[in-house]
Design a protein around this ligand. Structure first.
Ligand code: AMP
Ligand code: ZN
Length: 457
């Protein structure tokens, strides 16, 4: 069953065929580590992780590379404004390096809580300055660069297909990005490859280069590092849709101009997470972090479940109500798994449907619906569990770690006694035993299938 994915480059759903048989080189844009990532950002990492899991589920060997932007991302997309890292350092009274370390750690805590599998290679912009300078040198030799008073710029008018990733809406997207007018630039879409440290000012993060002391532009890191670890072209590049018009467009421009080869074969982008109809973003101040989610007493895995109930190319409006529903769905799934027996044989027809939903451009909402159809079916619990564990290789809900709840013998005996007296019509004694069970940390629920004993703490 072939995997089909929507490619932003061609604007259509295509059959996925890797460049090298069975091997997939996969690069996903990672966080800028100047502050806490919000759950909008994490939508993009759960999407990347799901794609990686689906590729592996289909038998591919995936090499996943993710960058950490720890220098060069300016407060404006137009290569103006302050460096986000240095700005945060001033505000927090730390060094830029300390800021990067702190938020990187926080990022991995949330990634683990979300069950996002770690990338095979994690690369920091500050540890690849040499590679970035080399790439700018190649572009300079090929005549794609020019110098302004604040840096070395890429001349986008020299590439006839510049902007192809964004397609016909490129101009509109560029104007939405509110690039400020810079009279020194030859074209307003030109972008910085290398920025000079401001005159008379010593930056915390700066390096020597053939053009002067400074730091790399934001886009050059992804071009330099993706190609270093995956070669060029590689198979898949991902990020959020806000990267299409500028960051990814400029990555493509630099890399293709330098090597005359495509950068990546498939480009995939996740839609935004919204709050009250607006993009969740730090600048709008409408963000939730993983700590906020946990303060609301939700599990991050429930958030993962919630993300998966919306297709990655659809906007997703975040509400506490939807997260609460996801948490309930997840808990009920976990309870079911805890009651099922073991089997090696699953429910083949559901497994087939599940895979075909995923292979249809990662249709996780349908895959989840198929999973629930199976759970509600009259198939044996053990077969359902076998399939659920397979599905979970993609869903990542941690179902394999759910242990059958062990109820101690004395509690079981007490619950049986309660059931006996209840059946005999002695309800007041049954109630006394229920209270005794509660003080021992167990509740009893009378269900059509008989009493169910559960741990309460
Ligand atoms: P940044 O740290 O700003 O570079 O963003 C990290 C990732 O999160 C990028 O891939 C962005 O495209 C993505 N992103 C930012 N805001 C949102 C949002 N509200 N919903 C989904 N993805 C987002
Ligand atoms: Zn990037």
């Amino acid at each position: 069953m072939s995997l089909r994915l929507f490619n932003t480059l061609t604007k259509q759903v295509e059959e996925f065929t890797p460049i090298k048989k069975d091997e997939v080189g996969f690069y996903s844009c990672g966080p800028t580590v100047y502050g806490y990532q919000h759950i909008g950002n994490y939508r993009s990492y759960v999407f990347a992780d799901t794609l990686k899991r689906v590729l592996r589920y289909n038998g591919y060997n995936v090499t996943h590379v993710m960058n950490l932007t720890d220098v060069g991302h300016l407060t404006s997309q137009a290569d103006t404004g302050e460096d986000k890292m240095e700005k945060a350092a001033k505000k927090e009274g730390k060094t830029a390096w300390e800021v990067a370390e702190f938020y990187t750690k926080d990022f991995w805590v949330a990634m683990d809580k979300l069950h996002n599998t770690r990338p095979d290679i994690v690369c920091k912009a500050t540890e690849h300055i040499k590679e970035q300078i080399e790439l700018v040198k190649i572009l300079q030799e090929k005549g794609f660069t020019y110098k302004t008073s604040d840096g070395m710029y890429f001349n986008t008018s020299l590439l006839p297909d510049y902007g192809k990733l964004a397609g016909q809406h490129f101009d509109e997207k560029l104007s939405q990005a509110r690039i400020e007018h810079d009279p020194e630039k030859k074209n307003q879409s030109d972008f910085a490859l290398w920025k000079f440290s401001p005159k008379g000012e010593k930056r915390q993060m700066e390096w020597e280069s053939p053009w002067g002391v400074g730091f790399p532009g934001w886009h050059i890191e992804c071009s330099a590092m993706s190609t270093k670890y995956l070669g060029q072209p590689f198979d898949i590049h991902t990020g959020g849709i806000d990267h299409i018009a500028i960051h990814h467009t400029n990555e493509i421009a630099q890399s293709e101009a330098a090597y005359n080869l495509p950068l990546a074969k498939y480009w995939l982008h996740n839609e935004f997470l919204l709050v009250d109809g607006q993009k969740m973003s730090k600048s709008l101040g409408n963000v939730y972090t993983y700590v906020d989610i946990e303060k609301m007493r939700f599990d991050m895995v429930a958030l993962r479940y919630l993300y998966l109930t919306t297709h990655y190319r659809s906007k997703m409006n975040f509400t506490g109500k939807s997260l609460s529903a996801a948490q309930n769905a997840l808990s009920s799934l976990q309870e079911k798994v805890a009651t099922y027996g073991e089997s090696k044989v699953g429910c083949a027809e559901y497994e087939e449907k599940f895979l075909s939903a995923l292979n249809n451009d990662l249709d996780t909402p349908s895959a989840i619906a198929i999973m629930w159809d199976m759970v509600k079916s009259d198939k044996p619990g053990s077969a359902k569990k076998a399939s659920l564990l397979k599905f979970d290789e993609v869903l990542g809900l941690g179902l394999a770690d759910i242990k059958k709840e062990q109820i101690p013998d004395d509690i079981q005996a007490l619950a049986k006694k309660r059931e006996d007296v209840r059946k005999a019509g002695n309800f007041s004694e049954a109630d006394v035993i229920r209270k005794e069970l509660l003080t021992k940390g167990y509740s009893v629920e009378d269900t059509p299938e008989g009493p169910k004993v559960k741990k309460t703490r």
